[in-house]
Design a protein around this ligand. Structure first.
Ligand code: ADP
Ligand code: MG
Length: 311
């Protein structure tokens, strides 16, 4: 029997698509995607590959479009998440395809985007305290007329939804089969479409799942060999906010990472869920978790960049 290639899961952050300061046009997003996908194309030779991705700015734009047109019905959040899985999946597929072609290996790899449902628990305490602001900002009078709850933020009033923990990825078996057949799989976009299980059926809920936590869950359920979170900084730092004291970690034990998280080194809206995701993955039997920059995905896989989590 042929030796199985190791499985690599790369979670692409929002910055892989839209860089800070950019407007986020489609040509910009396609150009930005070349950086991670060129590297992933080269890694495809020696790995079975799964790509997951964020959708913050994209779903934010779709939410804004809902408010701009009153002639058609507003779409529920779960539909918008599904839309972003399609649009971003398409952009990743086409860019990766062209990168594979320029390497001359297009014949050996097939790419497929899988719409993904992620089961959440109805009793998750997150539903009692919605905390995640999404979409555009409104003034107080506008916010009062909206059909959903809002929260006051620095930018104004924004829609707020729960961010429950991912329990299981519904399509995990299909994804595993596809990578075993040699497909490169794109899935869990935007953390997945959140659903609640109703005996044998599912129904969507108004919530968003953190893409790093959903990626860690998928990584654990598939049993990936390398779980890599690619973002816009070189790795994980202590005292990140104080530039003079900032110190990058080349490796960190799961125990220390948990302690630093409790001490407040990793904020909830950015580095916190990434560190939490790596801890979760390692605690559930994972062997390698790495947080690295989008520019250095290949080096991180080789163990030469990023922050490595040690058991
Ligand atoms: P992504 O879109 O890739 O999910 P985020 O913006 O959510 O990225 O998280 C990455 C950001 O986390 C970095 O740009 C950095 O500014 C911020 N950050 C906060 N604390 C830390 C820390 N301790 N170490 C590294 N980065 C940190
Ligand atoms: Mg993020």
């Amino acid at each position: 029997m042929a030796v199985r290639k190791p499985i690599l899961l790369v979670a692409l952050g929002g910055n892989a698509l839209i860089r800070k300061g950019q407007q986020g046009t489609i040509p910009e997003q396609l150009e930005n995607l070349r950086v991670p996908l060129r590297q992933i194309a080269r890694l495809a030779e020696a790995h079975r590959i799964i790509i997951t991705h964020g959708n913050g700015p994209q779903v934010g734009n779709l939410l804004l479009q809902q408010e701009c047109c009153s002639e058609v019905p507003r779409l529920p959040l779960e539909i918008l998440v599904a839309q972003t899985q399609g649009q971003i999946g398409y952009m990743i597929e086409s860019t990766l395809d062209s990168e594979l072609m320029s390497l001359g290996v297009d014949k050996e790899h097939y790419i497929v985007s899988v719409l993904s449902y992620v089961v959440v628990n109805e009793d998750d305490p997150a539903f009692l305290h919605p905390s995640k602001p999404i979409g555009p900002a409104f003034n107080e009078a506008e916010a009062a007329r909206l059909p959903y709850p809002t929260v006051r933020t620095d930018k104004g009033y924004r829609r707020v939804v729960a961010s429950p923990k991912p329990v299981t990825i519904v399509e995990k078996r299909e994804i595993k089969r596809l990578i075993d057949l040699g497909f490169i799989v794109i899935s869990c976009g935007g953390g997945g479409i959140p659903v609640i299980r109703d005996s044998r059926t599912f129904h969507g809920v108004d919530a968003v799942i953190d893409k790093d936590l959903a990626s860690a869950r998928l990584a654990g359920e598939i049993g990936v060999d390398i779980f890599l979170i690619a973002t816009d900084v070189e790795g994980v730092a202590l005292h990140y906010e104080q530039e003079t004291r900032r110190s990058w970690l080349r490796s960190v034990s799961v125990g220390d990472a948990g302690r630093f998280l409790e001490e407040g080194h990793f904020p909830p809206g950015s580095m916190g869920p990434k560190v939490e995701a790596c801890i979760e993955f390692m605690k559930h039997g994972g062997t390698r978790a790495v947080i690295a920059s989008i520019e250095r995905i290949e080096a991180a896989v080789q163990g030469a960049a990023g922050t490595e989590f040690a058991p």
